[in-house]
Design a protein around this ligand. Sequence first.
Ligand SMILES: [Fe+2]
Length: 508
Amino acid sequence: MKLHLDRRELLGLLVAGGAHALSGFHLLGCGDPSSMEPVPAGDPLPFGGVTTSLPTEHDYIARIEGTIPRGLRGTLYRNGPGLFDRGELRKRCIVDGDGAIHQDRFGDGEVRFRNRFVQTEKYVEEQGAGAFLYDTWTTKAPGTSDIPSIPNQAGVSVWKWRDRLYAFDEGTFPFELDPDSLDTVGLATLGLQNVVAAHPKKLAETGEWAHFGLDFASGRLHLAVLAPDGTVRESRVHQLRPTSYVHDFFPTASHIVVHLQPAILDLNKLLTGNAVRDSIAWRPEEGSRFLLFKRGTDEPPVEVEATPGWQWHTIGTHVRGNDIVCEWVGYDDGSNALGDDADICTIMSGTDRTPATHGTLRRTILPLSGGTATEEVIADLGGQELPQIHRARIGLEPRYAYTTYNGSAGVLWSGLARTDLRTGTADLFDFGAGFVCGEPVFAPAPDTGPDIESGKEPGWLLSEVGDSATGRAQLAIFDAEHVADGPIARVHLEHHLPLKFHGEWNPA
Ligand SMILES: [Fe+2]
């Protein structure tokens, strides 16, 4: 899907503060090819290959080292950008690339790997042309004008809902895929009128599927909840002023919380030829605000001010008495994502460094009636991201956060951690220099439930690990209750893997 604004509409946005529904922006730029980076020379496979395109599609039985647990039967779905380069040009940041889905199917003692690109209009057109034709969030394409629109890349997350598989991008609708072949079925609205984002949550208590979305240009925040039968149970729109960048949210059975971090859209920058990411400014003087929406009502949200902090991902959310507890991965500022020297961009040139700020596990406690937030750092291991919790605790108090862990003090992560959210202590494993770990997807052990008081939470962590020495990725399998012991099995792939952002385990 591609949506465009002409200059008159853009002027209207500037004057009126924005009320148009958009699906993001496409700054069909100013015809400046230098807005894309050249493919770097030197190490052809830095960071274990997670910043390197994988243009080929595969389907094979992978070699297994160790023993796959008997209870681990099902399919792991993963999504992330698979193509950063065409010709001599390269995307500026790792968040930009065409969605490449893969599945690891576990059964009968073997694992079958398959990967496919989502056949978005953008991908199909650019494949045909052999060149980048469209701008994306961080990178302008050569020879483009300044009319905004961003085509759907379907490259952030993948979820199965009511036996259908969906690949999500930010600020638009998902693409439906065949859960088996990964063939692209087409764009899906899920019955919603407004766009959604890549971080829906399946609420354990109700079986609902909660969504949020943001028409970034207009600042229209969309909240929606699907009932277990797939019907739209709730849908509302809230106008933001100014517009903050929002990547993830905090839903429960009774409330939805949105963190408005001081990452503020500057429309004037957008209109003067900057890419969308370059039009977002970190303005800590604006502070952070949490909006608390009471579900099932049209009541205006309760607002609570908090210490400014950058957020990609939430960990968990639960109501406790008269408060709602929001746990998330926070950074002291936006330098991970914003600015010319952002961490997510510098890695694309193959260079590593110690980042200026790193992700810590944070807890923000918000009074449901408003007032003052109570904030604390749960754990600071020197860098954590891509959190997961047990699916039976989504919308309820989680006991553990499963995250990547930055053992090497670089921008990316060479290890995994299970952090006890009550004590802040962590059970962690570091693969060491030359390895990069992806999101640890939690697969619960069958017929067992988490016991939040005793801390029993049996299951496995599944994480793709890039290896610079071999140039091939492996899917590492951990006993989630013994992370420090290292992988109990490894599924060896026949190639590298670009970084996968998000995925889901679907038991057989
Ligand atoms: Fe994300």
